[in-house]
Design a protein around this ligand. Structure first.
Ligand code: ATP
Ligand code: MG
Length: 884
């Protein structure tokens, strides 16, 4: 069975059991402050478990792209060294939202594995939660009773809280689980030792493939558990491990999920993959075959490698792969980029987003690789220097701070530093490095530390009704609130049953405004500083103090959005759509949105394009956008359009965005701009008034950024520029043509400069001639010590050199007052330097004391500057004395 068939059978099986098959959410988690990447199938359904939203169906199944490289689930260090943990993997899952429970979940899992996939029953083991007294959770008798008749008592293993109690985070839904493990060892080994003894013992061929989680509880911030309103099933099966089991392989990397990629790595490196567990070229190939998936799919889902947050995680994974290739496979040029086409093709049917952006992803990866390969070389040079210094001092250990610096500034992985050190007969101070690393971690933890209190529930809601497309004011009730402590201080987060406040998303900034409450005869205002989304909740954030009493006792509010600010935001959002369409017109349809910011003051639009946008192109884009504004195209807003229909309308969907089955379509002229968008917009484009660019630049490889302003801000920008021009005209005495006038000034200036230069050169000649008449002999050498009038320190230096060229065996001390700043120059002949041990640098320092200054230079020539011009003559007198 091929991996594609295996995936398909899974989806078909659950479709037949009345499950709705849904697409994978993007790798990068959205609207979830507790999660950077989706790390399990259930992440995108979190809200349904919490009762905050309604699922599209009560039975759902899918395959979800997961990434486990940060936070609670981090498998990075195992990847490549073992054969069954990946950074990115697919998790096949089926869900029941308050529908079926343990009985169906267990019997269907068994049916699928043994009847559809035909896995041998005597190689499967299951685990059941043994209970935990401290948490007050009992033994999972129900699961035990269900499994017993299916697998028999001796194939059931009791598991503790670590293995058999699933929690999605520090807080939130959780419950006991039953895992299914498979024993893939050769029969001879099985005969020697029963598989049961190897379950959960990190054996590479006795692995967990499926986890059936039975959600029954909600973990609260204080650590206590409360039963969930409805019980749910959440299962997750590792697709790559399942393929290993069905295809009778000993490693995930031997399945057809990975063999294509490994073959390309073999071709590029000329090294054959042998599948060995510990040999380095093999480990490196596995790391690379794994990491390229994580990096490619993350970029396809909209992430760009960077120095912050999720972007940095991707950058680190990419660098890890590059260094494995460099150290063990001899890749000194970008090579990861060459793996992208194979991957894109292989997943074109399941995850088409990669194939659709293949060239873009390959380019981003190539540039990242090239950049890191350059620092890799710089880092190596630095290491050379460090080891040379250590050798001089007869030391053998590179200290921890240095190792940390290599890691921090050069992105140099510690193990690479250790390896290179070892090759050169050195070791690294691992403990010192860890100390420096921990210190940094502690610093960043302190920065990010925040604590979130439990919700205080005032009214039960099914979900939040968003009214903001139609109104900016509405009466509502407070559903719940909580207190959050973070760097900015204490915040209140308030959820209403219905709200006109737009929560930050899709690049559009959150609304501000107020909640008005009637307290007795008095009106109380709660100021709302921002609005954010958390999964499907709309959270109003207030920085006001001590709101508990008000919030606990009054739930009816009048929610008022700052309407002027919202209008300015809508102007910018609609302008962004017009801009997007114009860019595709002018630059080509490869232009895809890579990020945007829509605020009240300005808009920012990032998009894929491989060259600078020329001035002509910008002018044309701006012209089109303004034309569309003048056409006053009315907004055509369609809500709840089935996604397929929206795509037929030609709506531009963004990669890396999660869309439901029903979407909102924003159209400004069906032949011009059709986008899937949840933002707020103008009723007709004329409201935008005016659109002006403020900048164009590059964000990263292949991504350009345009910034622009609209409406009043655009007018203000033009007025500012007009005012500057008016001032210029006034200064230039109102010429007919300002540009011509400025050009004339510049021409005149350069003419004058030429004249000045010529005059000064002439004058310098004169000064030189005068000086030569003042030479006198002293003790076998010539001396000139004089005060001169020259325009610059450079001229003074030039003069000294010219004199030296004229006369052998000449000592010169020149002083000059250049615009109030005294300068000295000393030139000595070789004879004085050798015979009398004189040094121009020392001499000038001595003289500079008189002008309250300092200086220095070489033995034969030195200069000094000072702050007291009245001391010049004293300095020269001293010079005369010293050169006697
Ligand atoms: P393990 O103990 O093997 O790390 P887990 O307990 O972390 O697994 P779950 O969180 O229960 O796994 O995830 C459900 C399933 O996803 C697992 O049964 C396994 O098949 C698969 N899985 C988990 N982590 C990985 C990974 N890093 N790479 C590939 N598959 C994985
Ligand atoms: Mg794990």
């Amino acid at each position: 069975m091929t991996s594609s068939e295996i995936r398909q059978h899974f989806l078909d099986f659950f479709r037949q059991k009345d499950h709705l098959i849904v697409p994978s959410a993007p790798l990068v988690a959205k609207n979830d402050p507790t999660l950077m990447f989706n790390n399990s199938g259930m992440a995108q359904f979190k809200d349904f478990f919490l009762g905050n939203g309604t699922p599209p169906a009560r039975r759902v199944a899918d395959t979800q792209k997961c990434l486990r490289v940060s936070g609670k689930h981090n498998d990075l260090e195992d990847v490549g060294f073992d054969t069954y943990h990946h950074t990115m993997f697919e998790m096949l899952g089926n869900w029941s939202f308050g529908d079926y429970f343990k009985k169906e979940a267990i019997s269907w899992a068994w049916e699928l594995l043994t009847e559809v996939y035909k896995l041998p029953k005597d190689r499967l083991y299951v685990s059941v939660f043994q209970g935990d007294e401290k948490d007050g959770v009992p033994f999972d008798q129900e699961a035990w009773d269900l499994w017993k008749p299916i697998v028999g008592e001796n194939r059931i293993i009791l598991g503790n809280k670590k293995d058999n109690f699933w929690e999605m985070g520090d807080t939130g839904p959780c419950g006991p689980c039953s895992e299914i493990h498979v024993d893939l060892r050769p029969q001879a080994e099985v005969d020697q030792k029963p598989g049961k003894e190897l379950v959960n013992a990190d054996h590479p061929q006795v692995v967990e493939i499926w986890n059936l989680v039975f959600m029954q509880f909600n973990r609260k911030a204080d650590g206590s558990l409360e039963p969930l309103p409805a019980r749910h099933v959440d299962t997750g099966m590792g697709f790559e491990r399942l393929c290993m089991a069905i295809q009778s392989k000993l490693s995930n990397y031997d399945t057809d999920v990975f063999t294509n990629t490994i073959r390309v790595i073999e071709e590029l490196s000329g090294i054959t993959y042998t599948g060995s567990q510990r040999e380095y070229p093999d480990v490196a190939m596995r790391v690379i075959a794994d990491h390229i998936r994580a990096v490619s799919f993350a970029i396809a889902d909209g992430l760009i490698p960077s120095n912050a947050r999720a972007g940095y995680v991707i950058r680190r994974i990419l660098r890890r792969a590059v260094r494995y290739g460099y150290s063990y496979l001899g890749f000194t040029e970008p090579f990861l980029t060459k793996l992208v086409p194979t991957l894109a093709l292989q997943f074109a049917d399941v995850f088409p987003e990669l194939n659709a952006q293949r060239d873009f992803v390959a380019t981003v990866i190539r540039e990242e690789e090239a950049a890191f390969l350059r620092t890799l070389e710089n880092g190596l040079k630095l290491l050379d220097k460090i080891t040379a210094e250590l050798t001089e001092k007869s030391q053998k250990t590179i200290d921890g701070e240095t190792v940390f610096e290599l890691n921090d500034t050069f992105g140099f992985p510690v193990d690479l530093t250790a390896l290179i050190a070892r090759e050169n007969g050195f070791s690294i101070d691992e403990a010192g490095f860890q100390k420096a690393l921990q210190a940094q971690k502690a610093r960043s933890r302190k920065d990010a530390s925040s604590s979130t209190g439990d919700w205080t529930e005032l009214h039960d809601i099914d979900g939040v009704e968003f009214l903001g497309y139609d109104q900016t004011q509405a009466e509502a009730r407070i559903a719940k609130y909580r207190k959050v402590q973070n760097k900015q201080g204490t915040q209140y987060q308030i959820v209403l049953d219905r709200t006109p406040f737009y929560a930050e998303s899709g690049g559009q900034i959150g609304d501000t405004g107020s909640l008005e409450l009637q307290v007795g005869d008095e009106k109380v205002l709660i100021r709302i500083a921002d609005t954010k989304k958390e999964n499907d909740l709309i959270i109003h954030i207030s920085n006001d103090k001590d709101l508990e009493t008000v919030l606990d006792n009054h739930s009816a509010v009048l929610a008022k959005v700052d309407a002027d600010r919202r209008t300015a935001i809508s102007d910018n959002h609609s302008a962004t759509h017009l801009l997007h369409a114009a860019l595709r017109d002018v630059l080509g349809t490869h232009v895809a949105q890579k990020g945007s910011y829509v605020g009240p003051d300005a808009l920012r639009f990032d998009f894929s394009h491989f060259a600078k946008v020329t001035d002509d192109e910008l002018t044309e884009v701006e012209r089109i956008v303004n034309q569309k504004i003048r056409e006053n195209i009315p907004l055509d807003e369609k809500r709840n359009v089935p996604i397929e229909e929206a795509k037929k309308l030609g709506a531009m969907a963004l990669f890396g965005e999660k869309y439901g089955d029903f979407v909102r379509v924003i159209t400004f002229d069906p032949s011009y701009s059709v986008e899937l968008c949840g933002g707020t917009h103008v009723p007709a484009t004329g409201q935008i008034g005016l659109f002006k660019f403020t900048s164009e630049g590059s964000v990263s490889t292949g991504v350009r950024r345009i910034e622009a302003v609209t409406a009043e801000k655009a007018l203000a920008l033009l007025n500012e520029q007009q005012a500057t021009l008016d001032q210029l005209k006034e200064l230039l005495k109102a010429p007919k043509d300002v540009v011509k006038a400025v050009q004339a000034l510049l021409d005149e200036r350069s003419q004058l400069q030429k004249k000045i230069d010529a005059l000064e050169a002439e004058k310098l000649q004169q000064v030189k001639a005068d000086l030569l008449t003042k030479v006198h002999a002293s003790n076998g050498h010539y001396v000139i010590v004089e005060r001169v009038d020259v325009p610059s320190a450079d001229a003074l230096k030039q003069l000294a050199y010219d004199l030296k060229a004229k006369l052998d065996n000449l000592a010169v001390v020149l002083g000059s007052d250049i615009g109030g700043k005294p300068q000295l120059a000393v030139m000595l002949p070789d004879e004085l330097i050798k015979d009398k041990n004189l040094h121009a640098g020392n001499l000038v320092k001595e003289l500079a004391k008189e002008i309250r200054g300092g200086g220095g230079g070489q033995p034969f020539f030195a200069t000094a500057g000072g702050s007291d011009a009245t001391g010049l003559d004293r300095a020269l007198a001293k010079g005369r004395e010293l050169l006697k």
